[in-house]
Design a protein around this ligand. Sequence first.
Ligand code: ATP
Ligand code: MG
Length: 586
Amino acid sequence: MSWEPIVKEQSDWPVVPNLRNYAQAIEDFSWRRAQQELQGLPAGRGLNIAHEAVDRHANTTGNHLALRWLGKNGDVLDFSYEDLRKLTNRFANVLRQLGVSPGERVFALAGRLPELYLAALGTFKNRSVFCPLFSAFGPEPIKARINIGGAKVLVTTEALYQRKVAGIREALPSLEHVLLIGTDQQPTHIPGTLDFHQLMREASDEFTIQLTAPEDIALLHFTSGTTGTPKGAVHVHGAVVAHHITGKLALDLHPEDVFWCTADPGWVTGTSYGIIAPLTNGVTMVVDEADFDAERWYRILQEQKVTVWYTAPTAIRMLMKAGAEIVQKYDLSHLRFLASVGEPLNPEAVVWSQKIYGKPFHDNWWQTETGGIMIANYASMDIRPGSMGKPLPGIEAAIVNKTPDGKIEVVTAPEIQGELALRPGWPSMFRAYLNEPERYQKCFADGWYLTGDLARRDADGYFWFIGRKDDVIKTSGHLIGPFEVESILLEHAAVAEAGVIGKPDPVAMEIVKAFVSLKPGYEASDALRRELFAHARSRLGAVVAPKEIEFRDKLPRTRSGKIMRRLLKAQELGLPTGDTSTLEDS
Ligand code: ATP
Ligand code: MG
């Protein structure tokens, strides 16, 4: 694949980037210095996420707008850093009064409501463990996660409780308190529950965060479940050092920014970069309650004067599907930095955004397990479309291969594919998979954390995603990453989405099969299929190009927006579909 790099001249910088020179930043970096950007709790009481995110700023720039909430029906609520300080103090007091101790789990099952954000930060203050769940989960995934996590408290809404939790309440033995976010500020009267707002009103808005050790557990996050049963990744308060510095260096957050992370806190991006990193960096963050809608999104970017926008490839592809014309109706001139995460970002999308918005999307890579961005395209660095960029300062990333006797061999030559590995020791690394010590141990070998993703590094140090280990296709002696094939299909004007799998074949071992959904205005037909075959063959060669193409209205995705290739494969082979608790339409 050949794509022209997007070259950035210093004269193009609208704001001087926090990371001005990559090589210099690597040389100057130490985690100790990164930690010094934070304050620490007064009187040497340690390091607490909520203090760094909220109280630290409330004490200095308390009137600055911290959170602007956009309700799906047009309501707008504003919270300054001082407002957040008081309200999260109240929630911490609520927990304390309910007898919730440090280390005990507080779950949230709610849409993107202000209360969700207050609960998260208040939970950190009480040194309890916060675990956000997607509000769209059905009763079974809710039950499984609450029981795995041993939730003591659940914060949810009246509607969600009645629809999804009341019926399984008996099967949730650890759950002692359910706090309901009522409608219209009216107290709720459902047996066995408490009223969130009433408790908040009665609680004091003063709270002193007690000694918080950097290794104290702060967060429990379930992975997206793209490859199988979701795992509960455990994160500590010390992770805030990584949240903060990666927000500053990879997303280029400056205190005067208006930042919009479109992710739901039900997956890790929506917490690390939808709550913590923007606040530790002192920005104004926008939270939109509504789901994706192209016009709404452009209106938000315009009206809120968003400067930094962090979203995901699925959303970007949906915006591409919505077309370039509607963009003309909006003033997006405040946008300064665009970033993407969650799935491979196909080169076409980067080039499209450069053409249509005048700014490229910056892909970055990380996982629930890493807690924060590990590899990124920076504001000051040229982009090679299709590449994830280069490791963050403080992060040692390598391409490795496991030898037959289980040793890890680091690949030093460029352009060789292997597993992407990280040197343990960065602050936001997960500390456990809850209740699964063996699964955790298996992720580490020879002093490396093995990510389960395959990648390669070019001669200039850029990392390129190939695919998940589970998704790689072996055909006629070749290893093919689905991303490469999907990216080429996505170049075609008719293609909105593509998912590629290996289909077992007696001769070739596997053949490449593509599932494709189309943009509005295109009809599935044999002629179009032939055109796609020809396009793919001319770009990829006969070995790598798909042998089969099937049209679908849409592709199965996780709620965090990732194509579930394992499901496409299971459906293709008529096999059991496995864990589908995070499937978008389940
Ligand atoms: P599970 O581990 O339960 O199967 P998951 O891996 O999808 O789910 P997450 O932790 O949300 O859960 O996703 C991390 C994964 O997403 C990465 O390991 C990688 O496969 C993919 N990913 C994230 N960002 C990128 C990116 N920029 N380019 C390519 N892949 C990415
Ligand atoms: Mg994973």
